[in-house]
Design a protein around this ligand. Structure first.
Ligand code: SF4
Ligand code: SF4
Ligand SMILES: [Zn+2]
Length: 135
């Protein structure tokens, strides 16, 4: 399965959908948080953060534009990812706010690059789905 890695793949919460297991796998593949035209995971289609209207009408569709940023829900998600996957949505969002989405995407390509192919390391599994699980 080919993975996509560009600004479109960065969700409003700061998640990089390009490194998500559901995006990288072939079975039950998810095309990313911002894609409403193709199959998105049922879990994320119902995501309260993705569907939150507190960002409506603001300049950027990232949670940092919100009056109550970071809300309790976003902080809980961030804590879960920092604890389980050594990744922070809030750090991502702070970076995007300061340096722009294009710089963020370029850094992410480097940060998650697979050593042996063009693929990206999956944040949930810790290996590249293109090469397969390392022995
Ligand atoms: S499952 Fe959720 S986090 Fe993963 S790619 Fe789909 S929308 Fe993004
Ligand atoms: S930070 Fe604001 S926009 Fe983002 S999910 Fe929380 S309430 Fe909604
Ligand atoms: Zn690889």
């Amino acid at each position: 399965m080919e993975t996509r890695m560009d600004a479109f793949m960065i969700a409003p919460c700061g998640m990089n959908c390009g490194i998500c297991m559901a995006h990288q796998r072939e079975k039950n593949h998810c095309s990313g948080c911002r894609d409403d035209t193709r199959e998105k995971s049922k879990y994320c289609a119902k995501c309260i953060i993705a569907n939150c209207d507190k960002r409506d009408g603001k300049d950027a569709d990232f949670c940092y534009v919100c009056d109550v940023y970071p809300c309790v829900r976003l902080k809980a998600l961030d804590k879960r990812y920092r604890t389980n996957y050594e990744m922070s949505m809030l750090e991502n969002l702070d970076y995007i706010k300061k340096h722009g989405i294009e710089n963020f995407v370029e850094n992410e390509k480097i940060r998650w690059a697979c050593d042996t192919c063009d693929g990206l390391i999956c944040v949930h599994r810790g290996y590249c789905f293109v090469c397969g699980k390392p022995e």
